[in-house]
Ligand binder design. Structure first.
Ligand code: ADP
Length: 598
């Protein structure tokens, strides 16, 4: 059964729609808020992870360089030495070179004139002497007793820096300067593992935006020395020192990832390098998509459940209303034994109670009316019979009366006849309504009853020049019927056929066996009845209103009584008709035994 066929009443449909709409709206708002919350929470989480990785790497790099500078400084053990000789200088330089694999070359410089007195170069045997002068930045800084750490420069595609420190004796007197060049490729292992998920990465750039090192995710994509100064985010980090604010991340289209990334970055104080962490949004937010997917699926199931509950609720709420509607329709048809909804304690319950009270009132009214009609009709019968009797007598004795008086007598007889029919019909109706219709069935010879009735109605048919045809089949069973009542039925049906067929028509009566019943049919070629009127034909006082029926006398009670009688005889009556072509009234009665052939 489709959902929509289940929804029968309009109120129910509206209610179901309303309930469903409210649930959809509530769920949508909830879903939207949930997705929003999860997205925000994840974004914050991503930013936190990125900052954690950034700060960790910054700390590690700073410690690495600080250690390198610290280890570079030399204090000569002898407190009184003021100068050291070439041999000793070379010895010191070679010891240092061996101690730090990142050092490419080392020189010993005279603090007096900036003259390089000894130099060792990794991989070279022959030292080359230079004059650096006291103004050279590394020399000048070391002369002041500082540890010098120069800007990054690239040589053979390797990032390098210049380091310089004073060589002092134990009294703190500067007896020489140590100057060296270190290879920064040793920074790489420090950040190689700094990845986030599968695609998040970190890179370190120098003060001018060139790549010094990057995490393993980028090993094939970003070579050392690449100039990233033009990357807006890198230049922002270099110029501001920190971007964006802590605990947040910038979303931008990265040239490195070639997609949208969450990025954070900060510089390493003193050195001016920057560490940047980027994580492609697609991966970082994948967990949100997963949550959203589950949320959508969950919401959908919930929604379906809610719609079903709404339908059920709407059905439950409107059930008493539907019962009341059915009851009202039945009462409209005069049936007072209706099923009323069990009264609940709400407004609908109140309505049901009032409806029940009203039904009782109507029932009582109907009973009183039937009682009244019965008594009135019953009481009218005697005077009407008397009037008809006297009218007959007057008719018999009218030959001596003047012409006009004779006509009055005829009219009196006609009206008396009609009055008698009406009173009889009323009485019959009142009887059936009050359950006083007495029908006693016994096997009857229906052919004989029909023949007798047709004989009775012959004069009526002759008046309208109708042909009446009755051709019963040779072998017929008896029917279970009340003889007088069956005659009343036939008089009514054949009478109607004669009445509602224009002169010179044809009225046929026939019989046939159908299962365990005998069907009698009365067919005319008269005015016919529309399908709409056919439905109301057997109701009390119903008469077709049309030009053809306007001048035909009747009470609208005949067919009602006929149906009551047929149903009391456990039979069934129906009509088949086409407007303008004629009507056939059919009734089925239970068959009794077959008649003995005479
Ligand atoms: P009435 O006293 O008006 O004949 P009935 O109950 O016998 O009352 O019939 C109800 C109405 O059904 C009639 O008024 C008439 O309009 C219609 N009707 C009954 N029988 C026929 C028929 N054989 N052909 C056409 N209309 C008919």
């Amino acid at each position: 059964m489709s959902l929509f066929r289940v929804i029968t009443s309009r109120v129910e449909r509206k209610l179901a729609l309303l309930l469903s709409l409210v649930s959809v709206l509530a769920l949508s708002i909830l879903g939207y808020l949930a997705v929003q919350t999860v997205t925000l929470a994840r974004q914050q989480n991503v930013a936190e992870l990125e900052w954690q990785l950034t700060n960790q790497s910054v700390d590690r790099l700073r410690k690495f360089i600080d250690d390198k500078i610290e280890n570079f400084r030399i204090v000569v053990a002898d407190p009184n030495v003021n100068a050291i000789g070439y041999e000793q200088q070379t010895f010191i330089l070679e010891g240092h070179l061996a101690g730090d694999s990142s050092l490419v070359e080392l020189s010993f410089i005279q603090p007096t004139d900036g003259f390089e007195t000894a130099r060792v170069v990794r991989g070279y045997d022959k030292p080359i002497h230079r004059v650096l002068g006291l103004d050279e930045p590394a020399v000048a800084a070391a002369l002041k007793g500082e540890n010098y750490f120069g800007p990054v420069f690239f040589s053979d595609n390797e990032p390098r820096i210049v380091l310089a420190s004073p060589v002092t004796n134990q009294q703190g007197v500067v007896i020489g300067l140590l100057r060296g060049e270190a290879n920064l490729t040793t920074v790489s292992p420090l950040v190689a593992q700094a990845n986030l998920g599968e695609s998040g990465y970190l890179y370190v750039v120098d003060q001018s935006g060139r790549v010094i090192a990057s995490s393993s995710v980028l090993s094939n994509r970003l070579s050392r020395g690449t100039d990233l100064k033009r990357q807006p985010f890198v230049s922002q980090v270099l110029s501001t020192g920190l971007a964006p604010a802590l605990n947040t991340a910038t979303i931008y289209n990265s040239n490195i990832a070639r997609e949208k990334v969450f990025a954070v970055g900060r510089t390493i104080p003193k050195f001016g390098w920057a560490v940047v962490v980027e994580w492609p949004e697609a991966e970082a937010m994948a967990v949100v998509s997963e949550v959203v997917g589950r949320l959508v699926a969950g919401t959908f199931i919930l929604l379906l459940a809610l719609v079903i509950v709404s339908l059920w609720l709407a059905r439950k709420i409107t059930k008493p209303l539907r019962q009341l509607t059915t009851a009202a329709a039945q009462i409209g048809q005069g049936k007072f034994d209706v099923v009323l909804p069990t009264a609940s304690q709400d407004e609908v319950g109140e309505l049901a109670r009032s409806f029940g009270t009203m039904t009782q009132g109507l029932k009582e009214l109907e009973r009183l009316k039937d009682e009244f009609v019965f008594i009135a009709a019953h009481e009218l019968r005697t005077p009407v019979t008397a009037i008809r009797g006297y009218a007959e007598m007057l008719g018999d004795a009218s030959k001596d009366l003047p012409e006009q008086a004779k006509e009055f007598v005829t009219r009196l007889q006609q009206s008396g006849g009609r009055l008698a029919i009406l009173v009889n019909d009323l009485l019959e109706v009142a009887r059936s309504q009050a359950g006083r219709l007495k029908v006693q069935t016994s096997p009857q010879d229906i052919v004989a009853i029909i023949s007798a009735t047709l004989a009775e109605l012959k004069s009526l048919a002759d008046e309208k020049k109708h042909i009446i045809v009755f051709s019963p089949p040779p072998q017929l069973p008896q029917v279970m019927a009340d003889k007088d009542k069956l005659q009343e039925v036939l008089v009514n049906l054949v009478g109607n056929a004669i009445k509602y067929t224009p002169p010179q028509g044809k009225v046929e009566v026939g019989l046939r066996i159908e299962g365990d019943s005998v069907v009698t049919w009365v067919k005319d070629n008269g005015i016919g009845i529309t399908a709409e009127d056919q439905a109301k034909l057997f109701q009390r006082f119903f008469r077709v209103e049309s030009d053809e029926t306007r001048n035909i006398q009747g009470t609208g009670l005949g067919l009602f009584i006929v149906r009551q009688i047929i149903e009391h005889m456990n039979g069934r009556i129906w009509v088949e008709s086409t407007k303008g072509q004629g009507s056939t009234f059919l009734f089925a009665l239970l068959a009794g035994d077959f008649l003995e052939p005479e």
